[in-house]
Design a protein around this ligand. Structure first.
Ligand SMILES: *Cc1c(COP(=O)(O)O)cnc(C)c1O
Length: 349
């Protein structure tokens, strides 16, 4: 019963096979490998963006920080939500790689911002002339950090507010596959057609060993991104092993199959836990992650049975067996039906 994180899961066997197959003979380094040519062509086709620049990096933090650095000047500020990964989980890498840009938080429930809040926050910046931060890019995350999902229409509305102010837009897609599986949208619809300029197409949390693609829909930004990736120490010399993982992910839409599987596992968990009558979900769990509270006594049963997940608040130590404690539950592609069922049984008691 492993629900701690989708990056704690295994690498999909097809990806391991692709790595073994790529491990034959010589291939040119630094992204000049023939597999990368295939990856570039397939990602352009998948995103219906024949001109897009496509790069691979090994962490989502690198993808976000390098993409934002390419979209943002040091004296600007990036608009994001308070729970945004770029704000709380990247050790100030966006600030570092942009050369000192700051982040301005846009309020909103469930890790989603509204157009009104975004407009108000944008208009409250760049009001102090040379003394204050200048307005910079909008950064959204889908699936959000709280397991909720923006619809294509919501993304388009928010990017519209950014564009009204002449601002660029970034989408943290560490779980983009899960958001696409949840909404049924095509990659193009959720990205450039909805006004997104740069997106990361995550793989690590969805069955790869460690690859995220950065897609820049404006090829004029490509060279700067390449320079920043090299200078930021994220240009891999033995690049074919990144390419091979991504190609396996694209082959037969494995990315979508794995995201659907993970989302379905979470849906089973949500349905089962809600039916126990003792579980309260904090945010609408639309993809493969949820935040739910149930009594301490049930947490203790799970803990003793070896279930793995993070507590979001509270602690197992405490006398009150009925105190509600919130957990974060994340399903990856390998979550099995018997494990979600057993988890629910243990909560039910
Ligand atoms: C996991 C995650 C990332 C990437 O994190 P790394 O640990 O740097 O690979 C980026 N954004 C979100 C929303 C994430 O959940």
């Amino acid at each position: 019963m492993y629900f701690a994180s989708d990056n704690a899961g295994p690498v999909h066997p097809k990806v391991m096979e692709a790595l073994t197959a790529a491990n034959a003979g010589y291939a040119l380094p630094y992204g000049a490998d023939p597999i990368m040519d295939e990856v570039r062509a397939r990602i352009r086709a998948l995103f219906e963006a024949p001109e897009a620049a496509v790069y691979l990096v090994a962490t989502g933090t690198a993808a976000n920080a390098l993409a934002l650095a390419t979209l943002c000047e040091p004296w600007e500020t990036v608009f994001c939500t308070a729970p945004a990964h770029i704000h709380v989980d990247e050790c100030n890498a966006p600030e570092f790689f942009t050369g000192g840009a700051k982040l301005t938080l846009v309020p909103g429930a469930d890790a989603k911002m509204t157009a009104d809040a975004l407009r108000a926050v944008i208009e409250s910046e760049e009001t102090r002339g040379v003394h204050g931060p200048q307005r910079g890019p909008l950064s959204l995350t889908n699936v959000t950090e709280l397991g909720t999902v923006y619809s294509v229409a919501e993304i388009a509305t928010l990017t519209g507010v950014a564009k009204d102010h002449g601002l660029a837009t970034h989408l943290d897609g560490a779980r983009l596959a899960n958001a696409l599986a949840a909404t049924g949208a095509r990659p193009a619809e959720m990205t450039w057609k909805a006004g997104i300029d740069a997106v990361s197409f995550g793989g690590t949390k969805n069955g790869l060993m460690g690859v995220e693609a950065v897609v820049l829909f404006d090829p004029a930004r490509a060279w700067e991104f390449e320079l920043r990736r090299k200078r930021g120490a994220h240009l891999f010399s033995k690049h074919r092993y990144l390419s091979a993982q991504m190609l396996a992910y694209l082959e037969g839409d494995l990315w979508l199959e794995l995201a659907r599987t993970a989302n379905a596992a979470n849906a089973r968990l949500v349905e089962g836990l809600k039916a126990t009558g003792v579980v309260e979900y904090a945010h609408p769990p639309r993809a493969n992650m949820g935040f739910a509270a149930w009594p301490r006594a049930a947490h203790k049963r799970l803990h003793e049975a070896g279930a793995a997940y993070y507590l979001w608040d509270g602690s197992l130590d405490g006398d009150d067996p009925d105190e509600m404690i919130t957990a974060r539950l994340v399903c990856d592609w390998s979550a099995r039906a018997e494990d979600t069922a057993r988890f629910v049984e243990l909560v039910a008691g």
